[in-house]
Write a protein that binds this ligand. Structure first.
Ligand SMILES: [Zn+2]
Length: 444
């Protein structure tokens, strides 16, 4: 299956089927609806019963001649007005011979009155008056999501916001990487930080700085917040597959019973591992771990007991795991170094630093990913780089290949809950892959 899938995917354009939204529209909980959201029905209520004349949701009808007047049996009428260049709410009131006293009452509403003062050209106002041309209701459709309605109540006006409900749906994308991950995401029209979040999820399994290859590809299912048909925000990635150098990695979001959200493999192993694969965000290995290396300065064969990353002076250096700083100072050829004890026999060393992180000292606890110092060339170094060592029970290991423990496997007691929660998300991922396959087939 994996091979078929792979070969069929080759040659897909990067922009294939991005953001294809389908299925599972999940209404969000009532308390997340923006503002004092009313239902869409309320929004329509500001239109007349005579819906065939004009609807607030269909402003195109206004385009030709600025306003249309709708007669009501009780002689109330509604004027639909499209804001044009140079209009202000007072010029509009003047033009329509409306009582400016009413306008003042509306504008003096402390919270919402100002919504009627900055009218955007092209937006719609609807103005309901009675037979004596007294204002009953003024509403301004600010955008697709919000309409402000000032309704007469006795001698004053009450202003309300009518908002359309926010819905969450799933969107999917399949992207083939041609040059860089961020470029591929951009070309595919993915929301700005989605590829970064994808990289964060797989950061422990894929070294995005070193090991990304052309034609690596990913399929992602993510949440999209929509109002009506309009996408207003991007939510979490809920499931993803990343194929790196032919190897497929999958991750699925899981919210446990305490509400904690993390990513797991479909089997329930945490994506987050005890150690980051790389202490720098973007850097190239300039010298790998090796037991026999000709030392560039000493010019003799000597084991290189760590990995060197070329990076410019000042590049932040991150602790690859949670732990405690056990040494921060200068040590011979290492120059300025930080040593972190991670417990369970694991120790990491960061050398040739130009500076230590302010406010951190020996004995302090650090979190995985926390900046502990900055790249430099103190000690025996030909140029700025980070020398990174990884020790297990005091023995130097190659951090690239060392087997490390999983930071957080799923609790056994939660397995059943995990399976039931993630099954539909993984099904979405499979469906997305199948859909992409079908589309690819059509294109060939
Ligand atoms: Zn080194």
């Amino acid at each position: 299956m994996k091979n078929t899938y792979k070969s069929l995917f080759l040659g897909i354009g990067t922009a294939l089927a991005t953001g294809a939204s389908f299925a599972l529209i999940t209404p969000i909980p009532a308390n997340t609806v923006i503002n004092q959201a009313k239902s869409d029905t309320d929004n329509n209520a500001i239109n007349l019963a005579n819906a065939n004349i004009a609807s607030n949701d269909n402003p195109t009808i206004l385009a030709s001649n600025q306003r249309i007047e709708a007669q009501q049996p009780d002689r109330d009428k509604t004027i639909f007005y499209k804001v044009k260049q140079g209009d202000s709410i007072s010029t509009i009131f003047n033009d329509l011979s409306l009582n400016t006293g009413d306008l003042h009452k509306i504008l003096h509403n402390r919270k919402l009155g100002k919504q009627f003062t900055n009218l955007d050209v092209g937006k719609s106002l609807s103005i309901k008056v009675n037979s004596k041309n007294e204002l009953l209701e003024l509403s301004y459709k600010k955008d697709d999501t919000e309409t402000f309605v000032a309704a007469r109540k006795d001698s004053d006006f009450v202003i309300k916001i009518h908002s359309k409900p926010l819905e969450t749906r799933y969107a999917t994308a399949h992207v083939v990487i041609r040059s860089s991950l961020s470029k591929a995401g951009k070309n595919a029209g993915l929301p700005g930080n989605l590829t970064k979040r994808l990289a964060d999820i797989f950061a422990w399994d894929i070294d995005f700085a070193q090991n990304l290859r052309q034609n690596d590809q990913f399929t992602v299912v993510y949440e999209e917040m929509v109002i009506g048909d309009k996408v207003v925000d991007t939510g979490d990635i809920v499931a993803a597959e990343f194929v790196n150098q032919g190897k497929a990695h999958q991750a699925v979001r899981y919210k446990d019973k305490d509400g904690d959200i993390n990513y797991y493999t479909p089997k329930g192993e945490g994506m987050r591992k005890a150690f980051l694969s790389n202490p720098l965000d973007f850097a190239k290995i300039s010298s790998p771990f090796s037991l026999h290396r000709n030392h560039p300065i000493l010019n003799r064969i000597r084991a290189h007991t760590g990995v060197d990353y070329a990076a410019s002076t000042g590049t932040p250096v991150k602790s690859t795991g949670d732990g405690k700083i056990v040494y921060q100072g200068t040590k011979g050829g290492y120059g300025q170094l930080v040593m972190v004890d991670h417990g369970h026999g694991y120790t990491t060393v960061y050398a040739h630093l130009s500076n230590f992180q302010k406010n951190l000292q020996s004995g302090d606890s650090v979190k995985q990913g926390q900046v502990i110092g900055y790249v430099g060339q103190t000690g025996l170094a030909t140029g700025p780089h980070l020398h990174y060592e990884f020790l297990v029970d005091g023995v130097h290991k190659d951090p690239m290949t060392a087997k490390v423990t999983n930071a957080m496997p799923i609790n056994k007691a939660l397995q059943a809950h995990f399976k039931s929660q993630t099954k539909p998300l993984l099904a979405q991922l499979e469906q997305a892959k199948t859909t992409m396959l079908a589309k690819n087939g059509d294109q060939d």
